[in-house]
Design a protein around this ligand. Structure first.
Ligand code: ZN
Length: 91
């Protein structure tokens, strides 16, 4: 199954999200990798929209393979990048 891990503020603004296959990795490993990104200080550890603190959520998608999930992931990524360009700021 394909899962999505998101770092969300209390208002559910998503700072980063990672899609992953449970045949290849674990939620704990994905969460650890995400925390490493925050430790490098290339991303804020708070919400760039409202300033809220971030927490991690893991959710199972309806997709069984990354091949099936990827077109949907790319469409969401495109929409989020468009929203980011409108809102601006450092994320
Ligand atoms: Zn927020």
């Amino acid at each position: 199954m394909i899962w999505i891990t998101q770092w969300l503020c209390p208002s559910r603004h998503c700072a980063i999200a990672v899609a992953w296959d449970d045949q290849e990795t674990t939620a704990q490993h994905v969460e650890y990798q995400g925390e490493q990104v925050f430790r490098q200080e290339t991303l804020n550890q708070w919400c760039g929209i409202c300033g809220g603190s971030l927490h991690v959520e893991h959710g199972r998608t309806a997709f069984k393979t990354m091949e099936k999930a990827l077109p949907h992931i790319k469409a969401i990524e495109k929409a989020n990048l468009r929203a980011r360009s409108i809102i601006g700021g450092k994320f």
